[in-house]
Each structure stands twice: as C-alpha cells, then as structure tokens.
Design a protein around this ligand. Structure first.
Ligand SMILES: [Zn+2]
Length: 324
C-alpha cells in the first residue's frame, strides 16, 4: 500500500507558474521539460503499481531523508518482510546503450548515471542498519517506465534494471512478499529521518513577472471583466472572478514565496479586477490571516487549486467552472 501521496515537485510547480507569466530562459525551459518528464514517469510507475497490486507492500513515494548529515532522495521505497527496496524511476525514451559503466544515447555519453545513482542511494540506506539496530536487507533497481525506451546491455549488467516490458511482472512478484511486524517497525523508525524537500527555489526578479489575470483555458491576459465574471477576449471562456482570484494568489505565493502576501500587493498583482474590499474578503476566505503589530499579511491555506476551492466552500455560479 502507498503510505503517502506523490506530490508534484515544488520546482516543477514554480517553473510551470513562471512560464505562464513570463518568457522562460532556455535553461529554465530545459529544466521544466526534464522535471515534467520525470514527474510523468513517476505517475506512470504509480499507475502500473496500482494495476499490478501493492497490498502486501509498504511503499513511500518521493522521499527525502537525512541520515548522519547526508541527504538522499528516493523515488519509491518499498518495504516488505525484512527488505528495503529502492526504485529509481527513469522516463527515458529512445535507443540507449550501457557499456563500461557509461550510458549512451545514439553513441553519445549522457551525464546521468542511473545505476550508480541508485547504488549510492542503496548504500546510504545501509547506514540505517547500524543506527536503527535492524538487520534489514536492501536492494536497488533502476526502473524504466517509458514504452519507447530501448536498452542495449549485456545480461550480467542488467541485474539491477527493470525495463518497461518486465515492470508489471516485477511488481507482481514484489507483491508476493508480505507485510509483517518487522516491515511495520522499519517503516515507523524510518520516519525519524524524513525531511521536507530541501532544494531551494530560485528568487525570481519581479520585473520579469507579468501581473494581471489570465484565462485558464488559453492563457491569454486579455480579459473583459464584468461584475462577477471575466470573459476571455481570445477564446470566449467565462470564469468567475473568485476563481481567477484564487489562481492569482496561488501564483503569487508560488513565485514570491519569501514575500508577505498583503491586500495591497495582491490587488496590484491581479491587475485591479476586484475592489479592495473583495480582495480582503477573499484573502480571509482562502488564507490564514496573520496580524503582526500594525501590519497584516496572509498565508495561503493550500497551493493546489481544486483542494483550495473545495475546502473553502467555493460555489460556482457557472456550470463550466465547478471544480473537479
Ligand atoms: Zn481564453
């Protein structure tokens, strides 16, 4: 069973949000595409695991751990019986080959070394054996989820690799193990080493970021604002001002995570679509209000739009805007 949700990486959310409000540099665009592909691969892995079944396993997804000063990230950590299994998930596509510890695509060596990376992660877990005084076994596998991935590799190097064609079988075999008291014990004790994603986000230059409100269907900033709705001038899509507001405060909190969200800043950022009284009312609805001396600022309750709307009694007057 999955023990936690797989969250979209915060850097991916950041770059997706940034891309809606400014032209990305080529470096940012490349990073965005890598993160997107990686996340899609992880979701595909989860989907196949759902189909194959995982009732007899304990699975932590997208974990960050700190063990004696060293930090490690694990795409999927499977616990069953007395075993810890690291799955490093890769969404490569194309024709690859593996030779002399190097990975090549079309004859050119790539900078990533998935097997070495998974081995390092696996070895760091070994430190826990002494710390927890538990004598678990550990395994690691690099899992390739993309059906368009082909690998040329000699069989003796393939021991720690699972290709897509074998993935369902691999998962079904895993699920023949069982969760016993030892597995529960390991999964509980591991929690002491969990940390939040420690990777810092870049500070964004506010001058690059386009303020205003945009159409959620086509991304255009050209909107005709009426009493309770805005209509996109490009595609005609109608959306309630409340929902546009909510998307705006999410964007603000993602891009300017180190800034305090105040009524004035939000009013300015959203491009005057709402009266200051409405801005204040909606901030109180979707955020936690913090009063510090004479100043007041707001902390958004959730950065995921559907959850934020649903948990805060958003009622749409427009059929097409009911949050899923
Ligand atoms: Zn539009």
């Amino acid at each position: 069973m999955f023990l936690n949700d797989r969250m979209k990486p915060k850097e991916l959310i950041f770059l997706e949000t940034l891309s809606r409000r400014c032209e990305l540099t080529s470096l940012e665009a490349r990073k965005l595409s890598i993160l997107k592909r990686g996340y899609e691969g992880e979701r595909e892995y989860d989907r196949i695991f759902e189909e194959a079944g995982h009732d007899n396993l304990l699975i932590y997804r997208d974990l960050w751990l700190k063990i004696e000063g060293s930090t490690l990230q694990i795409d999927s950590l499977i616990i069953a019986g007395n075993k810890l299994i690291v799955n490093e998930i890769k969404n490569y596509s194309g024709l690859y080959s593996y030779k002399d510890s190097g990975w090549f695509i079309n004859g050119t060596q790539i900078s990533e070394e998935p097997l070495a990376q998974a081995a390092r992660t696996g070895n760091k877990l070994l430190k826990l054996r002494a710390l927890l005084q538990l004598n678990f076994e550990r395994e690691y596998k690099v899992v390739f989820v993309n059906p368009n991935f082909n690998l040329n590799i000699v069989p003796e190097d393939e021991k720690n690799i699972v290709q897509r064609s074998m993935l369902r079988h691999y998962m079904k075999e895993l699920n023949k193990m069982h969760i016993d008291a030892r597995a529960h014990n390991i999964s509980l004790k591991l929690k002491d080493y969990f940390i939040d994603d420690p990777m810092p986000l870049p500070e964004v230059d506010a001058a690059r970021v386009k303020g205003g409100s945009y159409c959620s269907r086509c991304g255009s900033f050209e909107m005709n604002v009426r009493n309770y709705i805005a209509v996109c001038r490009e595609c005609g899509y109608k959306e309630s001002l409340e929902k546009i507001f909510v998307r705006g405060i999410i964007d603000y909190s993602v891009l300017f995570f180190s800034e305090r969200m105040t009524t004035q800043r939000i009013k300015l950022f959203l491009g005057d679509i709402l009266h200051i009284r409405s801005v204040r009312r909606l901030l109180n609805k979707y955020c936690v209000k913090v009063e510090q001396g004479k100043s007041t600022y707001y902390i958004i309750k959730n950065q995921e739009i559907d959850t934020l709307l649903l948990n805060n009694n958003y009622i749409s007057r427009y059929g097409s805007n009911i949050p899923r």
